[in-house]
Ligand binder design. Structure first.
Ligand code: XAN
Length: 443
């Protein structure tokens, strides 16, 4: 049994049943008939054997009869971590996937994002995206908003109100030749980023933090990148951006920043590559660039649905893992058409299998490894693994109660053998969602 110091801790809830999670050593660990106690702050206080319910109830002073017992076809898994999602693009998710990245941005994305000047529009879309992702088991989301400070603050408020753990970024971009009304001056971007950070921090939301968000190098001047690196460094903040998603983009960055060694070097030289940086995509990074990622402790958000939908490329996730670069999964709505992290799991496996078709020697990712990327890996990629990612005493209880046999659900349990039934088809199997010990789904 593992536990924190029982003498000072009050237990709020105790759950008994099967727990499925990842550790650094085991991609999927299935813990049968366990008892897990959550304290009044939402942290995991102890994990013990279900057989020990009586002695544990004495030790931790909880009522043995108040234990929530999972059903035969139920289990808990950690909440999933979406390491890259554009909340502002949710309004057109599932449409407009007929152009490559740079044209897609100019034609569809920038005109839509410009609409977030309107706070009513922002409130509507942001409420939908937070509810939808929570419903799909995303307990932690790393969001891009838009350049608008007040709408970005509103996204933080909505995530807080619904109880989602979130990193929220006000997008920064001072270069946009195609939709000139959707850009800032470098001074505006600098000042508004500072306002965004201080106003969001002032709210003291327990689970929501700001993330410094240069859109990507082609949308930012060197001066702006420098400002943002300084802001992140001075305030010890998270950083998110995009990198090497398409070959055309990599070529453009070479033209725009000819004096740098690589695309990664552009961010590095502006202090934007740190152990709190998550870069989306990275499909076309070189080994040298991956080495720099590893050296700096920066991570990659693998967004396979988007990479396929926009025909951007295929990330070789095995190569990233071999370089010991932190890796998480992202839906990348709306380049990715699905807000579901289970979809990201499937597309990650598909991509790995396509790489195997191309090269039969390729070491395909296993389902277990991808499960870890969607949970523990994501929490590490966002440097939030102290708080979330798996069931470890001291971490917050961020969990999905999965019921494979849920009424009206998508799975037909035909071979009823002995042992736990662990599997999830879609959000219908997610009966409840918990973040920091609080049940946030059903709403
Ligand atoms: N690069 C991007 N890639 C993407 O998939 N979505 C975006 O919004 C974006 N902006 C820069």
């Amino acid at each position: 049994m593992t536990s924190s110091n029982e003498s000072t801790v009050d237990i709020a809830h105790v759950y008994r049943g099967t727990f499925v999670h990842s550790t650094d050593h085991t991609a999927v660990e299935i813990l049968e008939d366990r008892l897990l106690g959550v304290d009044t702050e939402g942290k995991i206080a102890f994990i013990g054997s279900g057989q020990e319910v009586y002695s544990l109830s004495q030790k931790w002073r909880f009522e043995a009869l108040a234990v929530t017992q999972l059903g035969q076809y139920e289990f808990f898994m950690p909440g999933m971590v979406d390491t890259h999602i554009h909340a502002s693009q949710y309004s057109y998710a599932g449409t407009a996937l007929d152009l490559p990245l740079l044209q897609w941005l100019n034609t569809y994305t920038f005109p839509v994002e410009a609409c977030y000047k309107d706070l009513g529009f922002a409130r509507n879309v942001y409420t939908h995206v937070v509810k939808r992702t929570l419903r799909n088991g995303t307990t932690t989301a790393c969001y891009f908003a838009t350049i608008h400070t007040d709408a970005s603050l509103l996204l933080g408020q909505i995530a807080n109100d619904f109880g989602q753990r979130a990193l929220v970024g006000k997008v920064c971009m001072d270069t946009n030749n195609f939709v000139p009304h959707y850009r800032e001056t470098p001074e505006e971007s600098h000042d508004e980023t500072n306002r965004f950070i201080s106003e969001l921090l002032e709210k003291k939301y327990p689970l929501v933090r700001p993330v410094v968000t240069p859109r990507f190098a082609p949308s930012c001047s060197a001066a702006l990148l420098g400002h943002l690196g300084e802001i992140a460094q001075n305030n010890h903040l998270h950083i998110q951006s995009h990198i090497s998603e398409t070959k055309e983009e990599v070529k453009l960055v070479k033209e725009l920043f000819p004096d740098y060694d690589s695309y990664t070097d552009v961010y590095h030289k502006h202090n934007l590559l740190t152990d709190k940086t998550v870069m989306a995509h990275g499909c076309h990074l070189t080994d040298e660039e991956l080495k720099l990622f590893r050296e700096k402790g920066a991570s990659i958000a693998h967004c396979p649905n988007s990479n396929i939908s926009l025909c951007s490329g295929m990330l070789d996730a095995r190569r990233v893992l071999n370089h010991k670069v932190k890796l998480g999964l992202g839906t990348d709505v709306a380049g990715g058409y699905s807000p579901s992290m289970l979809d990201a799991v499937r597309r990650t496996l598909d991509t790995s299998k396509v790489l195997t078709i191309q090269d039969p020697q390729y070491q395909t990712l296993t389902f277990e490894e991808v499960f870890r990327l969607a949970t523990l890996g994501g929490s590490q990629a966002l440097s939030l693994d102290e708080h979330t990612g798996n069931f470890k005493v001291g971490k917050d209880f961020d969990a999905l109660r999965v019921n494979t046999a849920i009424e009206g659900g998508p799975i037909d349990l035909i071979n009823h053998g002995e042992g736990p039934k662990v599997g999830t088809r879609d959000d219908r199997n997610i009966a409840e969602v918990y973040v920091a010990g609080k049940r946030v789904v059903p709403f």
